[in-house]
Design a protein around this ligand. Structure first.
Ligand SMILES: Cc1cc2nc3c(=O)[nH]c(=O)nc-3n(C[C@H](O)[C@H](O)[C@H](O)COP(=O)(O)O)c2cc1C
Length: 192
């Protein structure tokens, strides 16, 4: 079943490795027949949050927020790609996510974390999991941690390590299962 799953990237740093991971996930989702638009806060020029999307009068939000809201409303789930900055999530990711709330509701998320070191960003992932729960897009049980991300993926997001593709297959199977289940359930209405 084709799903709509935006890939939300959370790094805007010059020379960021996050683009490798995000591109990899976009390719992996698309090769399974899903629609996987990249949400890149650097490319979008996403402003620092001064007002949430819902705090704007109808029709007065910046165009970039209107476009993202429309995308999220037709989405079936989210892949969130996070680096680890000081054992936590990058500020750009928090900023990207915080603009919205209800638009995420009743949809699953899946966490891809990465780092230049050997732990793959899992400490940030644990904080991200709590945050995504609060945002109403609870994360699936599995994580996809990518240690030494600069060695695991090239700049175009092509995998350089066989283990990565094996783990990605299982991870995306799990996300699709949750996304399909919740899509069917959303079709019958949501609690509020
Ligand atoms: C501000 C900052 C803090 C960092 N803190 C950590 C950390 O706590 N743990 C870790 O494994 N790597 C840490 N790193 C290294 C990152 O894993 C590495 O730079 C990674 O490429 C960051 O993602 P990005 O390139 O997409 O910004 C940090 C990097 C930066 C810039």
């Amino acid at each position: 079943m084709a799903l709509v799953i935006p890939v939300i990237l959370g790094s805007v740093r010059q020379g960021r490795n996050g683009l490798r991971a995000a591109r990899y996930l976009v390719h992996a989702l698309e090769s399974r027949g899903h629609e996987a638009p990249l949400v890149d806060p650097a490319d979008l020029g996403l402003p620092l949050l001064t007002r949430m999307y819902k705090e704007y009068p109808k029709g007065e939000a910046p165009e970039v927020l209107e476009r993202l809201a429309a995308l999220y409303r037709r989405s079936d789930g989210f892949v969130v790609v996070s680096a680890e900055y000081n054992h936590s999530i990058p500020p750009a990711l928090s900023n990207t996510l915080d603009h919205f709330l209800e638009e995420y509701f009743w949809r699953p998320s899946a966490i891809v974390c990465y780092s230049a070191g050997r732990y793959g960003g899992v400490r940030a992932a644990m904080q991200l999991r709590a945050m995504l729960g609060e945002l109403g897009t609870p994360s699936i049980p599995s994580l996809l941690p990518i240690p030494e991300v600069h060695k695991a993926l090239d700049e175009d997001g092509q995998p350089l390590q066989p283990w990565l593709e094996r783990q990605t297959g299982r991870f995306l199977d799990e996300l699709a299962w949750y996304a399909e289940a919740l899509r069917e359930k959303r079709g019958g209405g949501v609690p509020y």
